[in-house]
Design a protein around this ligand. Sequence first.
Ligand SMILES: NC(=O)c1ccc[n+]([C@@H]2O[C@H](COP(=O)([O-])OP(=O)(O)OC[C@H]3O[C@@H](n4cnc5c(N)ncnc54)[C@H](O)[C@@H]3O)[C@@H](O)[C@H]2O)c1
Ligand SMILES: O=C(O)C(=O)C[C@]1(C(=O)O)C=C[C@@H](O)C=C1
Length: 324
Amino acid sequence: MSSDQFPQDEPLFRRLAVIGCGNIGSSVVRAVRAAGNGAAHVAVFDPDPEVRARVRELGIADSVQDSLAGAVEGADCVVLCSPVRTYGAITREMGPHLAEGAILTDVGSVKMAVVKDVAPEVPERVHFVPGHPVAGTEKSGPDAGFAELFHGRYWLLTPEEGTDAGAVARVEALWSRVGAIVEVMDAAYHDKVLALTSHLPHLIAYTIVGTAFDVEEQERQDVIRFSAGGFRDFTRIAGSDPTMWRDIFLTNKDAVLEMLQRFTEDLTALQRQIRYGEGDKLFDFFSRTRDVRRRVVEAHQEGTSPWGPDANGGKPASEGGDPE
Ligand SMILES: NC(=O)c1ccc[n+]([C@@H]2O[C@H](COP(=O)([O-])OP(=O)(O)OC[C@H]3O[C@@H](n4cnc5c(N)ncnc54)[C@H](O)[C@@H]3O)[C@@H](O)[C@H]2O)c1
Ligand SMILES: O=C(O)C(=O)C[C@]1(C(=O)O)C=C[C@@H](O)C=C1
């Protein structure tokens, strides 16, 4: 948990550069500016000219730069907010332009692969503090972001051993100023937990919606027409950004495949119970999952997790996580 020991009436950074200004990048920009004491100047770069034009139109940043170098020049903090497989190349390109003592952080949903790609590209004079806000939506682009996205949500940091403690403290302070609950953890552990709580559920949603899409034309139309709550909820998740999720599955491959193996075994067990009419076993299993649901809902109300470290992303009821 973060303890922000920096003066509250001063911005933590002189210039914060946000690289990639879609859903999460624009939420970071909005949240830092709304906080007032995060950064004196928030500069944005996105390689997509339409995104840059839209960010200018929205007026959410202090400046929108037409080049990566222009955005990071003079920045004392840089936040990578693009799809995770772009981070290595971005860091290589901007490396020579980064200031002495600058802090580089990111919002990527996977941490081991990001560390592997980025760390070798980070100049000696720069501190790298990998991070991940466990908050988001299925939407993309600068219009999708909002300043309150991180309120009460976990922001996980996974610095390597030996990372400058002052740099980690500054990143912790920044994200607590936008309302997040900051925790430091091991990158491999992060990837394992998130594989189960975020990546596997997305894969299952993609599969269910994909299966429905592959049925006969008439049935497909009826699936959409009569889509009941369960299916509709899955379509929200399966409507998530294809680039972002392709990158997550390709970069968190080992942890996702491990969790998928466990899931497949559990699914096969359920399949057998249905086939052989083992109602008691089905009932016991569903009772246990119902109990997990109850504990997750309680955890939201109390701000704690049923499993210790927040296993459900701390999603508040108000943000569509839990209808109760
Ligand atoms: N959406 C979520 O729920 C969520 C939550 C937490 C973390 N994340 C992470 O945040 C990152 C961004 O996700 P998003 O939902 O904002 O996606 P998004 O598609 O809304 O935005 C991504 C932006 O990155 C830009 N971009 C692409 N290639 C780039 C490059 N080489 N250099 C700079 N910018 C580039 C795109 O033009 C786009 O504007 C991903 O790494 C994702 O894993 C997403
Ligand atoms: O709520 C959603 O739509 C999300 O998918 C957000 C979600 C998640 O799985 O909880 C997705 C990916 C992130 O890395 C963090 C948060």
